[in-house]
Write a protein that binds this ligand. Structure first.
Ligand code: PMP
Length: 426
């Protein structure tokens, strides 16, 4: 099973057999309140009839169409609607099938972009400690999670990592963006000085690093990265696979922070996770580098059999309509204070050493059990599941990201279930 300690995993897997709205149902018929939107992806809630119908209709109309030198209207329509949602300038789309493929596409295009402009010596990437960018070779190379890297030998050459932005003693229990830590972006200057800007293609970060425990960017940090990337001619890539589609109360994190990157990667909420799909959004200057200009121009030979798959495009179009019709792209903003109060009310719960939140994301960090650093969170996960609430854990951090349709009473239920569970954890 993916991302599972398979050797230790002796029990029968917990089986989820159906889902609707805010709930999963297990094979023994128990409802499970979804505190994690699946894997940060079912933003509009489960099995939305409008989306189901659109997928069914498309499957009956045309199952598949090759995307090389041809297309189908759904993919172009979806691309147009997506770029209308993005900040001005980010107006070209490349479809993939997952977040990992979106990241590899973004990295490859960054290299090819510089080459197309006659700066092919820009081949280095800068990622960040505790960054997660999927499991392709590009993604694990710029990512900063050693357990995802150590079994696989040589990574992409020429990658450096910025420090992560979490300072426990300076930031503990900060609500929203921490005050401390903008200066950590200046590490980029040190890395640039080491290699020279002319060798570096791009910097990639998650605006909020979610998978490694919700590391919220300090105030001013992303702004500073943007300034430094501009100064040195580096592309700035925001990996918005989780933060895209309303998670922060704005369509994308770029809107929330007011910092516009050159490239955005997306997946998950793009189709409400119904049909696998990813997308990469590019600034016009990147598109233009391939489409106009001098003799050294190169073609972008890249693509997937399923790029812009008809079922995924249909699911995406229906998903966008639900997001818009129900105001889900801004709902996290409406719930912000309620959510922050609820999550931070766990401050006095047993074992809790830090709490972080932004948009409809929360993290509750536990004091690790000596010698068993993931045990308390995992035990909490098991107890919550028994009590009918799905949470996620990474290390000794509990991560929350309910579907954006969550009601206040359900937020209370998630938080009180965790409080009860923690009380029983040794
Ligand atoms: N980037 C980020 C920021 C992610 O959170 C994820 C998945 N959690 C990925 C990339 C990889 O996406 P996928 O699992 O669809 O390949």
């Amino acid at each position: 099973m993916p991302f599972t300690a398979n050797r230790q995993f002796k029990q029968t897997p917990r089986m989820l057999v159906s889902a609707s709205g805010m709930y999963y149902r297990t094979d023994d018929g128990r409802p499970i309140l979804d505190g994690t939107a699946g894997l940060w992806c079912v933003n509009a809630g489960h099995c939305r009839p409008e989306i189901v119908k659109a997928i069914q209709a498309q499957a009956a109309e045309m199952d598949y169409a090759p995307a090389f030198q041809m297309g189908h209207p759904g993919a172009f329509d979806f691309a147009s609607q997506l770029t209308a949602l993005l900040p001005a300038g980010l107006d070209h789309v490349f479809f993939t099938n997952s977040g990992s493929e979106s990241v590899d596409t973004a990295l490859k295009v960054a290299l090819a972009y510089h080459r197309a402009r006659g700066e092919g010596q820009r081949t280095r990437f800068i990622g960040r400690e505790r960054g997660y960018h999927g499991v392709g070779f590009g993604g694990i190379s710029v990512g900063g999670i050693v357990t995802n890297r150590k079994a696989f030998g040589t990574m992409l050459p020429g990658v450096d990592h910025l420090p992560h932005t979490h300072g426990r003693s300076q930031q503990a229990f900060s609500r929203g963006q921490p005050e401390w830590g903008a200066h950590l972006a200046d590490e980029l200057e040190r890395i640039v000085a080491l290699h020279d800007a002319s060798t570096i293609a791009a910097v990639i970060v998650e605006p909020v690093a979610c998978s490694t425990g919700v590391l919220v960017p300090p105030k001013g940090y992303l702004e500073r990265l943007r300034v430094l990337c501009d100064k040195h001619g580096l592309l700035l890539i925001f990996d918005e696979v989780i933060t895209g589609f309303g998670r922060l109360g704005t369509p994308f994190a770029t809107d929330y922070f007011g910092v516009t990157p050159d490239v955005i990667t997306a997946a998950k909420g793009l189709t409400n996770a119904t049909v696998p799909m990813g997308a990469v959004f590019f600034q016009k200057k990147i598109y233009d580098a391939f489409m106009t200009g001098a003799e050294h121009m190169i073609e972008l030979f890249h693509g997937y059999t399923y790029s812009g798959h008809p079922l995924a495009a249909a699911a995406g179009l229906a998903t966008l309509k639900v997001y818009k019709d129900e105001g889900l792209l801004t709902r996290a903003a409406d719930l912000n204070d309620y959510w922050a109060d609820a999550v931070h009310s766990l401050k006095d719960a047993r074992h809790v050493v830090d709490i972080r939140n932004l948009g409809l994301i929360g993290a509750i960090e536990l004091d690790p059990l000596p010698g068993q650093p993931t045990k308390r969170a995992f035990t909490t996960f098991l107890k919550c599941f028994e009590k009918g609430v799905l949470i996620r854990t990474t290390g000794d951090i509990i991560a929350l990201s309910p579907p954006l349709i969550v009601e206040k009473a359900q937020i209370d239920q998630i938080v009180e279930t965790i409080r009860d569970a923690l009380a029983g954890v040794e």
